[in-house]
Design a protein around this ligand. Sequence first.
Ligand code: FAD
Length: 336
Amino acid sequence: MGSVYETDIAIIGAGPVGLFAVFQCGMLRLKSVVIDALDTPGGQCSALYPEKPIYDIPGHPAVLAQDLVDHLTAQAQPFRPEYLLGQQVETLERLEDGRFQLGTSQGSIVRAGVVILAAGAGAFGPNRPPLDGIERFEGTSVFYHVRRREELRGKRVVIAGGGDSAVDWGIALADVAARVMVVHRRAKFRAAPESEARLKALAEAGEIDLVVPYQLHGLEGDGAALKAVLVADLDNQVRRMEADILLPFYGLSMNLGPIAEWGLALERHQVPIDSATGATNVPGIFAVGDIAAYPHKLKLILTGFAEAAQAAHAARRLLHPGEELHFEYSTTKGVP
Ligand code: FAD
């Protein structure tokens, strides 16, 4: 069971827009808890293109996507947001007192007066290989990312995939794991050429096994403990490899998932809003950034920033009705 958090605003999504919403809410003295399925803040910027320069952020002729995220996190920090990372918001319900209660995949509970949905195209999660019963092994013998190399010391590890993660981990685990077997459906990898060359050199030296061209076919185990990974070649000839750990590295995808079940109107995977306030069809739930839709919406970071400011002000009016807010520039107000 996770912890219980009481806050003014629950922000679903720590992408660039969710992060800026923390700042805007903070400037209006509203406290935020931010939840994201990813282990780090940054949404698409960090997960999909951290090292690409962005050219259309006002005031930045060019800024690397990860640098933008780092700046946004630093800008939000004076307001001391609580980040609940690596957990997906699964449930959202309204309590009798009118507040919202959110439940996450880690069992955390967040109670908030207002919800700001900054969920982009949905929660990021790993692409799972379609293997029967794989859920049984997840978290015990099947992992979609590695936290510490040391945890795999002495294990027989099968890595599946052909991109940078598969190749880099194949190299990194070669001298830690008891055996590393890299399964890919082609002989050619989609990774940095020098990394691919290193991986192939390790295979030639007999330090790892390259299992190509093969695809994952099945898993054998005892309870949650993996015993063997079955792979099949293009002629469907099955080969059995004894293994303790499977690391499927097939990239990330985004999934709206439970958001579709919270009573929000959805149009083509987006939530229609009043563009002046971010209000959705559910009073108290606002939407900003890529997930928010209205006519001629530009799905850009700068648009999301403005939406976050509008939504923060609307949230403040909702949480403190009748309380006149004297408008001040940040230059006058400063930050804590
Ligand atoms: P996202 O960045 O998508 O973040 C949403 C977050 O919400 C995700 O981290 C997700 O895990 C989380 N989430 C969703 N649902 C849940 C849930 N139920 N529980 C927990 N967490 C959840 N835009 C520009 O303005 N300029 C550019 O030059 C530019 N270049 C781009 C290049 C590429 C390759 C790509 C892919 C996009 C580019 N974009 C660019 C678009 C820009 O990245 C998006 O507009 C921006 O990331 C949207 O921010 P967001 O905060 O709304 O959503």
